[in-house]
Design a protein around this ligand. Structure first.
Ligand SMILES: [Zn+2]
Length: 277
C-alpha cells in the first residue's frame, strides 16, 4: 500500500513537470473508489497549478477547483511525455500539453475527485479528521502527549489511526516505536511527556529516512511498490521476527529477539527487551 513517503515522492516526481500545463483531454476508465464528481469535459483547457500533498492525498489545483487524488491500496501515478494507450488497469488519464498523468490501479481503491477547493466540498469532507503533518512544527512531543491523554488504546493503534499525526502507517509506526524504545502495546495515556518527545522525533526521522530513500529512486519511478520494498530492506524491526535486535546499547548489542504480534489485524514487530511499556 502506498504510504505517505511514496505519495510524497510521487508528487515530487511530476509536480514540477505538470505545473502550468493545460488539460487537453481526460480519459476515465473503470469506476474508482469515489466518482470524479464533475463532467470530465469540463476540465479541458484548464491549467494545472502547484500540486501539494496532505496526508496520503495529492491536491492538484486547476483554474476552477481542483482534483484530489488518492492511490488507495495499489495505485500508482506516472507522468510521461508520450503515454501509450491505456491498459486494463489504467483508470484515469489527464492528458496535458506537457505530458499525460496516468493512474494505474489494479484494485481500484484509489480515486480522483473534483472539489471546488481544498477546504470545501468533497476535499474538505475527505480530509476532515486528518492529524497534523509529521513535519509540521506544531507536531511536538507536547502535542502528542496532549493528544494521547484520555486515549486507552495501544500506542501503535493511536499512531495508525492518523487522527493525531498522518504518515505513521504500519511499517513506519513499528519503526518509530522501536526507535523511541516504546512497547507498541503500551496504553496511549500511560506515555509520559519525555517519551512523547522521543516518539514525535522518531516518527519524523523514520519518515525522513523513507523520503530520502524514495528520493534516490525518483529517477525511475514506475514502480511505487519497489520503493516500499527498498525501505523494508532498511527496516530495523519490521519483518525481522526471530532475528536478533539491532539496537546498540552502551554495554553492547541488545540481547532481545524481534517478536511478531497482531494488533487490530495488522502485524506488529518489536523487541520485548528494549521496547518498554
Ligand atoms: Zn532490543
Amino acid at each position: 500500500m502506498p504510504e505517505l513517503p511514496e505519495v510524497e515522492v510521487t508528487r515530487q516526481s511530476f509536480a514540477g513537470r505538470i505545473h502550468g500545463a493545460r488539460i487537453h483531454a481526460v480519459r476515465v476508465g473503470k469506476p474508482l473508489r469515489w466518482p470524479l464528481g464533475v463532467e470530465p469535459e469540463s476540465l479541458i483547457s484548464q491549467a494545472v497549478g502547484e500540486v501539494t500533498r496532505r496526508g496520503k492525498y495529492l491536491w492538484m489545483p486547476l483554474d476552477r477547483g481542483g482534483l484530489l487524488i488518492h492511490l488507495g491500496m495499489s495505485g500508482a501515478l506516472a507522468f510521461s511525455e508520450r503515454a501509450g494507450d491505456p491498459g486494463p488497469h489504467d483508470h484515469f488519464d489527464l492528458v496535458t500539453g506537457q505530458g499525460t498523468l496516468r493512474l494505474t490501479d489494479p484494485r481500484r481503491f484509489g480515486a480522483v475527485v473534483w472539489s471546488p477547493a481544498l477546504d470545501a466540498g468533497a476535499a474538505a469532507k475527505l480530509l476532515a479528521g486528518l492529524g497534523l503533518e509529521p513535519f509540521d512544527p506544531a507536531f511536538t512531543g507536547k502535542h502528542l502527549h496532549a493528544a494521547l491523554r484520555g486515549r486507552r488504546v495501544a500506542i501503535k493503534q493511536a499512531l495508525l489511526g492518523g487522527a493525531i499525526v498522518v504518515g505513521a502507517g504500519n511499517i513506519y509506526a513499528c519503526e518509530a516505536l522501536f526507535e523511541a524504545g516504546i512497547d507498541p502495546r503500551t496504553r496511549s495515556d500511560r506515555i509520559g511527556l519525555a517519551r512523547c518527545e522521543r516518539l514525535a522525533g522518531a516518527v519524523r526521522s523514520t519518515l525522513a529516512r523513507a523520503l530520502e530513500l524514495g528520493g534516490s529512486t525518483l529517477r525511475n519511478f514506475s514502480d511505487a511498490h519497489g520503493m516500499a520494498g527498498q525501505f523494508q530492506l532498511q527496516a530495523r524491526v519490521y519483518g525481522r521476527a526471530g532475528l536478533p535486535c539491532l539496537r546498540l546499547q552502551p554495554e553492547g548489542r541488545c540481547a532481545g529477539t524481534i517478536k511478531r504480534i497482531v494488533q487490530g489485524q495488522r502485524a506488529t514487530y518489536f523487541c520485548p527487551v528494549c521496547q518498554r511499556r
